[in-house]
Design a protein around this ligand. Structure first.
Ligand code: BGC
Length: 381
């Protein structure tokens, strides 16, 4: 039996725009009105049904829940904050605690208030201060939050929205990963970190980083892997490493120059499923000598064919990382619920819980979730 450390946090994650429903005031909703992306509409109606969803999370033995605050709800106009919406998220936090679940609060998960994106978004010269003001407001308003992550996957946001032009703000700048935005996001994280720590000195404040496991074979392959690792993973982490209490790891991809994956299984989106790469991703995160929390890991698998296998094998990699010295303290599966998968819309099914969109967003727990629940209960594989 592979035991996990005492107090290891087990759970699942969501993000506001992907599940809440009824959000019309951000850059994605605007892009949907313009026909550039799918509309999220009511999504899973999690905004109204969070108690029901947390009941299910509790029944699955979860001890943590990662969710995000929708910035456009909190600050619908620049500098004007909505106390009713802050109170809503306090209710979500309280509902977690009432069920023995530790909330992990993400402040920015890809969507931006319309006013912010229209006025330049993170290209604005004062963007770090604007973000820090919002972070300060949320941290000052919410009680009993011990884990904040400032932002979700800055490099993915730059890549999808500013290099490939598939997401708002639909820019196509091949150099966006190298100049400008990474510096702005790094500064925004650091300023938010400082403000949150002033409001909540005891809270753990971190960042959620999409870590690709790069592996190289042969001289050229190794060189390419090292360079890619620097550009995608290490550069940003090293820039914020003095201003983070933990590193949140989102693991989805393993890039091998050149070689085959141990398994030939793929997700419904055609993504290679490589549990082995998870170990490498965690080793990378461990280089900064900070506690590591897996803040996302999962797959699109509508028929629930590979999910139980993928979770189990991946957790074996997490266990191996812990045994070799990486201080991993929690695992959050992506996702608690089927949800709005950005440019792909609703078809990809990442949820431990199936949503029947045609039938009043009815929730059904997938079989793989029950397997995962046993692992959570045993704190062991
Ligand atoms: C993002 C999620 C997304 C998931 C699956 C992660 O990169 O944080 O919002 O749904 O991947 O694509």
């Amino acid at each position: 039996m592979k035991k996990f450390p005492d107090g290891f946090l087990w759970g699942a994650a969501t993000a506001s725009y992907q599940v809440e429903g009824g959000i019309e005031n951000n850059d994605w909703a605007k892009a949907a009105r313009e026909g550039k992306v799918h509309a999220a509409g009511l999504a899973t109606d999690h905004y109204n049904r969070f108690e029901e969803d947390l009941d299910i999370a509790q029944s699955l033995n979860f001890t943590s829940y990662r969710f995000s605050i929708e910035w456009s709800r909190i600050e619908p106009e620049e500098g004007k904050f909505d106390e009713t919406e802050l109170a809503h998220y306090q209710k979500v936090v309280d509902a977690c605690h009432a069920r023995g679940i530790t909330p992990f609060v993400t402040l920015w998960h890809f969507t931006l208030p319309e006013w912010f994106s229209e006025s330049g978004g993170f290209r604005r010269s004062d963007a770090p201060e604007v973000f820090a003001r919002y972070a300060k407001k949320v941290a000052g308003a919410l009680n009993n939050v011990t884990f904040f992550t400032t932002m979700n996957e800055p490099m993915v946001w730059i890549s999808e929205g500013n290099i490939k032009g598939k997401w708002p703000p639909f820019k196509k700048n091949p150099f966006a990963l190298y100049f400008g935005l990474p510096y702005k996001l790094k500064t925004a994280h650091i300023r938010a970190y400082e403000e949150i720590k002033k409001e909540c000195p005891d809270a753990n404040v971190g960042l959620t980083k999409h870590i690709i496991a790069f592996e190289g074979r042969g001289l050229f392959g190794s060189l390419l892997a090292r360079m890619s690792n620097y550009v995608w993973n290490a550069r940003f982490l090293s820039a914020i490493s003095k201003h983070t209490d933990f590193i949140g790891v989102n693991y989805y991809f393993h890039a091998i120059f050149w070689g085959k994956y141990a398994s030939n299984k793929k997700s419904d989106l055609g993504w290679d499923l490589s549990p082995e790469g998870f170990y490498l991703a965690l080793r990378e995160a461990g280089k900064w000598d900070k506690p590591v929390y897996v803040t996302e890991h999962g797959l699109a698998d509508k028929e629930d064919i590979n999910r139980a296998w993928y979770i189990r094998e991946s957790l074996a990699s997490v266990h191996k990382a812990i045994e070799t010295g990486v201080d991993v303290r929690g695992y959050s599966h992506w996702s608690l619920l089927d949800n709005f998968e950005w440019a792909e819309g609703f078809p990809p099914r990442f949820g431990l819980i199936n949503i029947d969109y045609e039938n009043n967003q009815t929730r059904t727990v997938r079989e793989s979730a029950k397997n995962y629940a046993t692992i959570c209960k045993d704190n062991a594989l």
